[in-house]
Structures are given as C-alpha cells and as structure tokens.
Design a protein around this ligand. Structure first.
Ligand code: SAM
Ligand code: SF4
Ligand code: SF4
Length: 334
C-alpha cells in the first residue's frame, strides 16, 4: 500500500473547484487583499470537471476513498452537480462530500443530493447576526444559512456538519449558543481552532481559543462526555451530550495537532497538488493532464509526490513557522 515517509496512507482528496467566494471572512479572504482589483483565476486555468474526475479516478487506484469538494465557495462553480454526478459513477470511491458557506445551499441541496452527494458541511461562525455579518464581511444574515442547513437535511445530506471557526474576542461568546441551538437536531457542530493558514489573515496565537476551553464552556451548560473516533485519522475529536441530545466535535489543529494520522492531499482550483494545508508549493497536475500523458504516467507522478511527503507543519508550528510563505486557504481549499 502507498505510504509517505511517515507511514501515512493517501485516503482523502480535498478538491478546490474555485478560488472565488461571495464572502470575505476576515480569517480567510480579508477584503483589503481580496478586493475588486484582486486577480482571481481565469476560467481556462481551472481544472475542468473531466480533468478532476480523471484525477480522482487515478487517485482511487492509489487508495483514495473520500473526496471533499471545497473552495473558495464551491457552489459558485457553475453546474457543480455535473462534477458530483461524474465522480459518483466512479468505482471504489466511498464518499463524496462538500464544504460550503451555505449561501446557495437552499437553492441547490436537492439537485446536489440527486447527483450523488452524500453529506455537506456548512460553515457558520455565529447565530448572532451582528457578529456573523462582521465575520463574513459582506453583511450576509444568519437566517439564510440556517435555511440552507435545513434544505440540506431535507434532501438527505445528513448528518449535516456545521463548522464554526472560533476567534477570541470576535465570536467566542457564540460558542454555547451554537451548541444549544443545534443540540437535538441531529446536526453536528464542529468547533475549529483558528489557524494560521496563508499569510493574509494576521493570525496571532492569542486569537486562538483552545479546544479545552471551548469544551469547558459548553460542558458547564450542557454536560458532555468523550466519544471514540469513527475511524482512524478522523480530524474532529468527538464528544456527546450526556443526556443523549447528540454530538459535537472539536478540531484542535493548533493545540493538539494530528499530523501523524493525516491522510489528506489537496488539489487547488488550478490543478496543483499540495500534501499539506500549510505548504508553500504544489506539483502542477494541470500541465501534465493537458500534455496528453496516460493515466499510468499521472499515477507515477502522484506516487512520486506521496512517497516523498514529509509534512507535519502543525507539529512544528512556532513563531518561526507562522511567518513562512504559505498558500491561501481560499486557493488550496479548507
Ligand atoms: N467557502 C466554503 C466554506 O466556508 O465552508 C469552503 C471553503 S473554506 C476555506 C473551508 C473551511 O475552512 C470553512 O469551514 C472555514 O471556516 C475554514 N477556515 C477558513 N479559514 C480558516 C482559518 N484561518 N482557520 C480555521 N479554519 C478556517
Ligand atoms: Fe469564503 Fe469559505 Fe473563506 Fe469564508 S471561509 S471567505 S466563505 S472560502
Ligand atoms: Fe496534515 Fe499538514 Fe495539517 Fe499536519 S499540518 S494535519 S500534515 S495538513
């Protein structure tokens, strides 16, 4: 079986289908940088759905079982359901999921489910309109995201996971409300430690609310107990409400990194292969795909990249590493 230099298999692919977004979350695409003048990728530079499906098919032959479609905002990519349809027809792929900010989800949930999408993760950082609007920085209201979550549940994209990135002094007062709101609904909130992805969000360690503190705050209001992982290498650590009203997760990339079990590779919207969220460089696959090579030749390149992989950024994170050149999350996909 394919292994990297730290004995990790390749199991998950996260594919960014666009670098564009209709939000300007301050921790991801701050307005000052991602302004009107910012040059997003031209259409012909993006991988086509056929190119993506071909890569996924080859990757399945190397052990990939799960694909997550992300961005930027993936639902901005026209006819995304066609990509999902193509991927769902592949043998050996167990799971196709999507991460979205939820803006277009109410409109698209049913058609995505029909195309073969299994589940969605919806990002929502607060239930307080004032806080949420400030965070997405385009004045988008909470209610519309909640409509998207309900549409997803109705379409059978369950359990819906709700991602909340927690930033101290910005939305940490919303933690317990979020837990309370989604308790008993079957949806699973996952509280994410704010990370130093990219170079534009001005990350400081002081802005991070450690997962232990998040759990402590929730536990005071609603007693919780730890749950085991669903499968080895699961990113979120799971907890359940002691009264049986469901579960939550915490993603502890900063305070308790999980590099040793990281089986994820990422493909950027323009077809570069990155073996770590914090990488500065990715191998160009678009040029390769468009040069007329065979599947076997592409497979050999993927194999070469993965067998040389040595990444463990989160285990080495320090003031010396946070300043390094890294690609932006909106480009590589979260
Ligand atoms: N636009 C979609 C969305 O927001 O769900 C998909 C792409 S977004 C980059 C994927 C996930 O990364 C989101 O849940 C987002 O909250 C998270 N994210 C972005 N920047 C982050 C950061 N600095 N630290 C932690 N999570 C971050
Ligand atoms: Fe857009 Fe998602 Fe980044 Fe927010 S986190 S700016 S919604 S890509
Ligand atoms: Fe994986 Fe890199 Fe994150 Fe570590 S820092 S868990 S290697 S993506």
């Amino acid at each position: 079986m394919l292994r990297d230099t730290r004995e990790r298999a390749l199991k998950d692919l996260r594919i960014s289908v666009t670098d564009r977004c209709n939000f300007r979350c301050r921790y991801c695409m701050p307005k000052e940088i991602f302004s009107r003048e910012y040059e997003f990728l031209e259409r012909e530079l993006l991988l086509s759905f056929e190119e993506i499906t071909r890569l996924v098919n080859i990757s399945v032959g190397l052990g990939v079982e799960k694909v997550r479609i992300t961005g930027g905002e993936p639902l901005l990519r026209k006819d995304l359901e066609h990509l999902i349809e193509q991927m769902s027809a592949l043998d050996g792929l167990r799971d196709v999921t999507l991460t979205t900010n939820g803006v277009l989800l109410a409109r698209k949930a049913a058609v995505l489910a029909k195309a073969g999408l299994r589940r969605v993760t919806v990002s929502l950082d607060s239930l307080d309109d004032e806080v949420f609007m400030k965070m997405n920085d385009v004045g988008f209201p909470v209610a519309k995201v909640l409509d998207g979550i309900e549409a997803a549940a109705k379409a059978g994209l369950t359990p819906v996971k709700v991602n909340m990135v927690v930033k101290r002094g910005v939305n940490d007062e919303s933690i317990v409300d979020m837990a309370g709101h989604f308790r008993g609904t079957g949806h699973i909130v996952r509280f994410i430690e704010y990370m130093d992805v990219g170079t534009t969000n001005g990350w400081r360690l002081d802005d991070v609310v450690p997962a232990v503190e998040i759990l402590e705050r929730i536990g005071k209001r609603f007693p919780i107990e730890p749950l085991g992982a669903n499968y080895p290498g699961e990113v979120a650590r799971r907890w359940r409400y002691a009264d049986g009203e469901g579960e939550i997760g915490v993603i502890t990339s900063v305070t308790n990194p999980f590099c040793s079990t990281c089986t994820r590779a990422r493909i950027s919207a323009d077809g570069r292969l990155y073996t770590c969220l914090f990488a500065a460089w990715g191998r160009d696959l678009r040029g390769l795909l468009r040069s007329g090579v065979t599947d076997e030749e592409i497979k050999a390149v993927l194999l070469d990249v993965w067998t040389k992989r040595d990444d463990n950024y989160s285990e080495r994170r320090s003031s010396a590493t946070t300043g390094l050149g890294k690609v932006e999350m909106s480009y590589i996909g979260g």
